[in-house]
Structure formats: structure tokens, C-alpha cells
Design a protein around this ligand. Structure first.
Ligand SMILES: Cc1cc2nc3c(=O)[nH]c(=O)nc-3n(C[C@H](O)[C@H](O)[C@H](O)COP(=O)(O)OP(=O)(O)OC[C@H]3O[C@@H](n4cnc5c(N)ncnc54)[C@H](O)[C@@H]3O)c2cc1C
Length: 411
């Protein structure tokens, strides 16, 4: 290892932490991930991989590994909640590849994390399970584990999610950063392929592949097939309670059906097939004053820095962009004295972008959850006209170019 190759500890081995390890390892650094859980355990079901994250995975040379597991939706369709009428349609396949060089795809979260994990191990990243961190000393650049062990590094990356210990102990220490609990929570449910195909009323949702989003007052349902068509995946957002940061609380199926009883008969039919649901509360973070510690040796990425509402389907994608930009900046260092400036540059390149994405997610929540009435009618008219300032941000050409055309290695 030359002087420009550092020992880097990443705290947290979720999608953001593992993807960052790949970017950093490819630049030749020694990377260790300390993950608190006892197994790879990405919970939930489907996740959308927009072109801006696919771009990073392609640059890492690992996107081909995802191909057997992804689904390519033709469009994102925003639909009226009670009758399924299409209000806005964003063409995805092949348009995204034509416009941005990368597709918009869907995947199971467990496949996403497993493929990233395998790729990281192949490159020589050390991934330690059962390694729960208690705190980070930003001056000494050390991590103290819950079992009392201490690890030292040149750089520490906090990728430990919305309730980050790295953030609280080493980066934003002047006050406790509390997640902003949203009044909505989400159910997650899946339906097996055979069940979908055996019902002529809903079978088309498996064969005509789209991301469908039914939008209504304070509720929406995002749904699409995953695992190469093995499962139909649904995220259902509605007013309710669940615990912040707990991802697998069992939900009540009857209560879920009650929430959506006035939705499109196709949705009601879909929900009649659901056997069990998980639920969690939605939350994001307030804007942080910084992502880098005073010493310039500890840095935050992903949800630890900028957890966002899932309404723009960008949280994991932004975490992946973070890792690419971070590796790019650290690559400029000629010696360890350059690290603080490199991390500050990372912060400069990322902060405005992710804060704008966080705001975009809030905006979708506002636009989608309008009650029926004048404002909703105006929204629907604007969406259907498809001209400038489309309230469907995915279809707004300027916004789409900024969101999906981003190159985290340059921008
Ligand atoms: C309903 C819903 C739908 C979503 N849909 C999408 C989507 O379609 N597209 C998209 O891009 N994003 C989506 N997201 C957002 C996305 O899931 C997150 O932004 C992303 O998973 C964040 O990754 P992360 O690695 O930063 O954090 P996390 O996934 O939270 O990972 C943090 C890791 O750190 C570990 N950890 C925590 N504390 C410690 C500790 N003390 N010591 C050691 N390890 C620790 C955890 O075990 C975990 O493995 C969605 C989110 C929700 C809630």
C-alpha cells in the first residue's frame, strides 16, 4: 500500500455502507465494515433502482450481476386512487436508457444487499457481523464497540442509518439529532406470482410490467413486480403509528384493507390476496449542519446523513451516489493530511444535492396526498397536460434530467 491508500472503517453494512466499500476498495484502500446485526438481513421487499444509482453500479463493474434479479418496468403510472385512471405516465423502458444511458429497474432488497455484499467480499473488503459500535472518537479516529474493543483507522465512515451513533458521537455533537417522525407509516406486502396469475382481474399487473402508484388523500400505494416476476410488491402509505427505525413490526391485514377500502376495485382485489404485512413509521432527518467531524476524519453517508421520505424512491440511490463521490474525493489525497479537505469537498458536492432530493420527496407527499377538491383537480389537469412544471416530478423534464442524469463521479 502506498501513502495514498488508507485504512477505512465503515460503520454499518446496509446498502449505503457496502456500496461505499466497493468504491473505496476499488481505489485500493483497506476497508473494514462493522455491522451490528448477526446476519445480512435487509428487510422489506422491493426497491426501485433509478438510473443515477445504476450508473454507479455500472462504473463499479458489478451491474451485470444484478441482471438475473431485476425487473424493467415500462412506465411509472400515477393513478387516481378510486378508479385507477392514469393521471401521469413517465416512460421508463427504453426511454431512461436512451436519455441517461442507464435503465430504471426494480429489485428485491435482499438481492440488492446480497449482490453488493458478494461483490465487496470478492474485492477484499472485510465485512464483520455482530460488530455493534457504541461511539466514535473523532480526534483519535477510533471506534469503540459495544463489547469495549477499540478500532483505529485513518478515516471513519458513518453508514449506520437514521439513528446513527457515528453522527451523534462524532459529527453533530452540540445537540441530539432526532428523526422527524412523519404522520404516515407504511405497510409492506407481497403476493406470489401464481396467486396473481390465477386471478384474471389482477393478472395483467404481472404481465404488463409498470410501477403503479395510486394516489389519494393522505394515502398512496406504490406497487410493482420484483424478483424477475416471482412476486408482486406493494408499499402502502397511510396515517398511522409504528416505531421509528423498527423495520419489521407485524401489521394487521384487516386494518390495512380497511385503510384502502375506497380505493380502485383492482387494489381492493389485490389486498384480498395479502396474507401478512410488515409495517414501519416513515421518518426523515432535519438538515444537518455538517456531514464531516471537526477533525475532518469522520464522515457520514446515506440515511445517517440525510434519511428521506421514500416518496421519490431515492434514499438508497443517494446513499450509493454518496459512496462514489466520497471515494472520488479521497482518491485526490496525496497524504493523510489531505483527508480533511477531501471530506469537506465530499460534503460540498453532496449536501445541496441530497437536501434538494429530501425536499423533492416531501413535495411528492404533498402533491400525491391532496384531498379531492380544487387543488387536486388543478394538479390532475397539469399532470395530464405534461407541459413545464409538471407536478409529477418524475415527468418534469428539467427535474428528471437533474435527478436521473446525475453523475456522482463528476457532479
Ligand atoms: C418504505 C420505504 C421504501 C423505500 N423505497 C426506496 C426505493 O424504492 N429506492 C431507494 O433508492 N430508496 C428507497 N428507500 C430508502 C432506502 O431504503 C434507504 O435510504 C437506504 O436503505 C439507506 O441505506 P443506508 O445503508 O444508508 O442505511 P440502512 O439501510 O439503515 O443501513 C444501516 C446499517 O447500519 C447498521 N447499524 C445501525 N446501527 C449500528 C451500530 N450501532 N453498529 C453497527 N451497525 C449498525 C444496521 O444494522 C444497517 O445494516 C425506501 C425506504 C422506505 C422506508
Amino acid at each position: 500500500m502506498t501513502a495514498t491508500h488508507f485504512n477505512i472503517i465503515i460503520c454499518g453494512g446496509g446498502i449505503g455502507g457496502i456500496a461505499a466499500s466497493i468504491g473505496l476498495r476499488k481505489k485500493g484502500h483497506n476497508v473494514t465494515i462493522l455491522e451490528g446485526s448477526s446476519s445480512l438481513s435487509e428487510v422489506g421487499a422491493g426497491i426501485q433502482m433509478p438510473p443515477n444509482s445504476v450508473h454507479v453500479l455500472k462504473e463499479y463493474g458489478i451491474f451485470d450481476k444484478f441482471l438475473p434479479y431485476i425487473t424493467r418496468p415500462k412506465n411509472i403510472c400515477l393513478r387516481r386512487y378510486d378508479n385507477g385512471k392514469v393521471l401521469s405516465m413517465t416512460p421508463l423502458d427504453p426511454e431512461m436508457t436512451k436519455s441517461y444511458g442507464n435503465p430504471y429497474v426494480l429489485i428485491h432488497r435482499a438481492d440488492y444487499q446480497r449482490i453488493l455484499h458478494e461483490s465487496a467480499l470478492e474485492l477484499g473488503v472485510e465485512y464483520k457481523l455482530n460488530s455493534r459500535i457504541a461511539s466514535v472518537d473523532q480526534e483519535a479516529v477510533t471506534v469503540t464497540m459495544v463489547d469495549g474493543n477499540i478500532h483505529q483507522a485513518d478515516i471513519i465512515v458513518g453508514a449506520d442509518g437514521i439513528r446513527s451513533k457515528v453522527r451523534d458521537s462524532a459529527v453533530v455533537t452540540e445537540e441530539k439529532v432526532l428523526p422527524l417522525k412523519c404522520s404516515n407509516c407504511a405497510y409492506r406486502a407481497t403476493i406470489p406470482r401464481e396467486v396473481m396469475l390465477s386471478d384474471p382481474e389482477i393478472a395483467h399487473l404481472m404481465t404488463d410490467v409498470n410501477s403503479n402508484c395510486w394516489i389519494g388523500y393522505r394515502r398512496h400505494i406504490m406497487a410493482y413486480p420484483i424478483r424477475n416476476g416471482e412476486l408482486y410488491n406493494m408499499v402502502l402509505c397511510h396515517p398511522g403509528e409504528a416505531s421509528v427505525g423498527v423495520w419489521n413490526e407485524p401489521g394487521d391485514v384487516e386494518e390495512m384493507r380497511h385503510h384502502y377500502r375506497n380505493f380502485d376495485p383492482i387494489v381492493v382485489r389485490l389486498l384480498s390476496k395479502v396474507q401478512s404485512v410488515l409495517k414501519w413509521v416513515l421518518a426523515d432527518l432535519p438538515m444537518l449542519p455538517r456531514y464531516v467531524s471537526e477533525s475532518g476524519k469522520v464522515v457520514l453517508i446515506g440515511d445517517a446523513a440525510h434519511a428521506m421520505l421514500p416518496y421519490l424512491a431515492q434514499g438508497a440511490a443517494q446513499a450509493i451516489e454518496d459512496g462514489a463521490t466520497l471515494a472520488d474525493e479521497i482518491n485526490m489525497c496525496k497524504s493523510s493530511s489531505d483527508i480533511p479537505a477531501a471530506l469537506k469537498n465530499y460534503q460540498k458536492r453532496r449536501k445541496r444535492r441530497v437536501e434538494a432530493v429530501q425536499a423533492g420527496a416531501h413535495k411528492n407527499g404533498h402533491v400525491w396526498h391532496l384531498p379531492d377538491g380544487e387543488e387536486q383537480e388543478e394538479r390532475d389537469t397539469k399532470m395530464m397536460k405534461r407541459d413545464d412544471n409538471n407536478p409529477d416530478q418524475w415527468s418534469d423534464i428539467e427535474y428528471q434530467r437533474w435527478l436521473f442524469g446525475w453523475n456522482a463521479f463528476i457532479d
